[in-house]
Ligand binder design. Structure first.
Ligand SMILES: Nc1nc2c(ncn2[C@@H]2O[C@H](COP(=O)(O)OP(=O)(O)OP(=O)(O)O)[C@@H](O)[C@H]2O)c(=O)[nH]1
Ligand SMILES: [Mg+2]
Length: 363
């Protein structure tokens, strides 16, 4: 299937690259990238002149989809769709599509449904608001009454799904309490999507969970108990993060992500083979999630992965520029999950942190 697509994004290399990877992960084939410095203009997102150009491109290149690398208001989406006579997929919709394609557990399916309903609700509310202003009578052919009924239905479904997730959260809480009682320590592997979290998880646990170059290969948490020199440690692999992930999506994945709140150690994985700009983005997207969940950053071990792809000097320089230095804190390590390089060093760090925690508890 060749879903020929135009991508509208910013003229910033790493931003455009992320958008392109997202689009390709959802199965779109990018035929043309259109970049604009401002893509949040009120009517079409882009300016009218550019919108006309895009319309011409759509026609001449036989384009089926238009991906817009920003969150669009329903009016913007509608205006642009009408002008170009084509489906517009904005950034949020795109992320939701990928999530839906990848979801393979009951829990992640509920989480995605919840996020989708939220996305729809925001749009319907906007339609109602516009209908009230009489700016757009019969907007999208939807009367106010229909919209209200639809909205109520969405709210009801959201409540039902939230209850289901709450049950799951409680089940996990019990599981966790059991773990704490048995003296297990927990280590969560987090980070931007595609940095190699699952590859590392597999290496540490002997598992064979799916890894892939596409974004968001992992959507549901896997955990596995490992014995590190006589210490029982539970490793968990988690869903990857991405920049500009809306808070409601983090909330939707809360039952998956709250594992992090209770972890003894957090391995924040970064892909050192990426550019400095990209690394900054990887770091900030991880911090956004940790802060939103209220997780202490003191538990972090920074794991620079894919060291096999760069020189040690280059890696050190980048980490220094990022402000992540190993000044006796024993919380930075450069590894390759592919070749296994320095993984024993990582294990030693984990072990020493666990022992320190143990001593703190014992005293
Ligand atoms: N060269 C090299 N490639 C690696 C390394 N670790 C992972 N990869 C590759 O990076 C890609 C992504 O790896 P994954 O383990 O799926 O990454 P992830 O962080 O779990 O990704 P998501 O689950 O999609 O968020 C795969 O193609 C891996 O083979 C490494 O140390 N060196
Ligand atoms: Mg993964």
């Amino acid at each position: 299937m060749n879903k020929s697509t135009i991508l509208i994004t910013y003229p910033v290399e790493h931003v455009a690259r992320e958008a392109k990877s997202l689009a390709e992960s959802a199965g779109y084939s990018i035929v043309q990238v259109v970049t604009q410095r401002h893509i949040t203009r009120s009517k079409f997102g882009i300016g009218k002149g550019k919108a006309d150009e895009v319309r011409e491109l759509v026609k001449s290149l036989n384009i089926e989809f238009l991906i817009f690398d920003e969150v669009l208001k329903p009016t913007q989406q509608y205006n642009l769709a009408k002008l170009c006579e084509i489906d517009i997929i904005d950034r949020e919709k795109l992320i939701l599509e990928i999530f839906r394609l990848r979801s393979n557990t009951e829990e992640s399916k509920i989480q995605i449904k919840l996020a989708e309903l939220h996305y729809d609700a925001v749009r319907i509310k906007e339609k109602v608001r516009l209908a009230k202003q009489k700016e757009q009578p019969g907007f999208f052919g939807l009367g106010k009454y229909d919209a209200d009924v639809h909205l109520l239905d969405i709210k009801r479904r959201i409540t039902v799904l939230r209850k289901k997730l709450l049950k799951e959260e409680k089940r996990k809480l019990l599981q966790r309490t059991g773990r704490v009682r048995s003296g297990f320590k927990t280590v969560s592997i987090i980070g931007y999507t595609s940095v190699g979290k699952t590859t590392l998880f597999n290496l540490l646990t002997g598992e064979s969970k799916m890894v892939g170059i596409e974004l968001f290969t992992t959507l549901s948490t896997s955990s596995r108990l490992v014995n590190i020199h006589g210490n029982k440690v539970m490793f968990s692999d988690t869903v990857g993060f991405i920049s500009k992930l809306p808070a409601y999506m983090i909330d939707a994945f809360k039952s998956t992500l709250q594992e992090l709140i209770f972890s003894n150690i957090i391995l924040l994985v970064l892909d050192i083979s990426e550019s400095y700009e990209m690394l900054k983005k990887q770091l900030s997207s991880s911090f956004t999630v940790l802060i939103h969940l209220g997780v202490s950053t003191a538990k972090i071990i920074y794991v620079f992965n894919k060291i096999d792809l760069v020189s040690l000097e280059d890696a050190k320089e980048k980490s220094k520029k990022l402000g992540i230095l190993n000044e006796g804190n024993n919380n930075v390590v450069m590894i390759s999950s592919k070749t296994g390089m320095n993984v024993t060093v990582l294990l030693e760090i984990i072990k020493s942190k666990i022992l320190i925690n143990k001593m703190k508890v014992d005293n």
